[in-house]
Design a binder for this molecule. Sequence first.
Ligand code: NAG
Length: 307
Amino acid sequence: MPSLAAARAANAAFSPAYFPIAVFVGGTSGIGRACVEAFARYTKGNAHIVIVGRNKSAADEIIASFPTPTKPEAKHEFVSSDVFLMRNVQTTTTLLRERLPRINFLVLSPGLFNVRGRDETAEGIDKRLGLHYYARWKFVYDLLPLVRKAKDAGEDAKIMSILGAGYGGPIDLNNLGLKKSYSLLKAGLTSPTYNDLMFEHHVRENADLAFVHANPGAVATPIFELKHWALRPVSALRNSLSTAPKDCAEYMLYGLFQTEKGFSRRNAKGDDIGNSNHYGSDEEREIVWEHTKEEVDRALAAKVEST
Ligand SMILES: *[C@@H]1O[C@H](CO)[C@@H](O)[C@H](O)[C@H]1NC(C)=O
């Protein structure tokens, strides 16, 4: 288990021979934001960094804090996207596929800040499951060709989902997408397992790429305070026990940089946890995959007032 200092030292050694391109979805707040900031620091601003999110003023603030790059090709930009809707995800991935030659790092961390029950978007997808799973699934599905290009150029080619590795639960094949029965607890246990299975599906055909599912643990941000509300005892002491976002980001980047290839599940300290608390058989994985494809296609076909 790396100490914070060891994780920082390992991250500081990141010094790619190529010019890195990184996309952060949900990079305007919480852990995502801390990861963007750490990535900009370790690359000294010499990277093409794309922040995808809704909050432009937060993105402007983050980008303004980046170190001043010395390489002319460096670019720091915000792409506005409300990823609650699959059609917005599709618009964004289409734009990125037109603009970016490749992606070295795709980091996904969009989260939801409320304790409501099932709450569907106009496309009929529950908002919590949408941000924690379906939108991430679509980003990975659509952008995988760009990550592949990075690998083919001999560069880092990695995708990380920051959610809840090791905190998932068993799959209920009779309640896919929790359409029949929904609770915060079920939602909290379903998305991590679905994230595992999504990466396990991709890694079979892309064994040379790196897929990382990380659990940030208890972090002092509003989203995670409530996100695990149904899963973990809430205590007034929590804030003093939880990790600061910037420290958590060091462990998250550590897991990302240290995973060379294949699928890795990482805990809040950046350690590979192997198959601990893993759910889902090969058969279940493919059923969930098909369910997701259908669900995303159905969402894209749904008639929605233009947004
Ligand atoms: C957007 O970001 C700014 C700056 O960080 C923050 O003050 C504001 O509350 C955010 N807005 C929303 C809707 O989250």
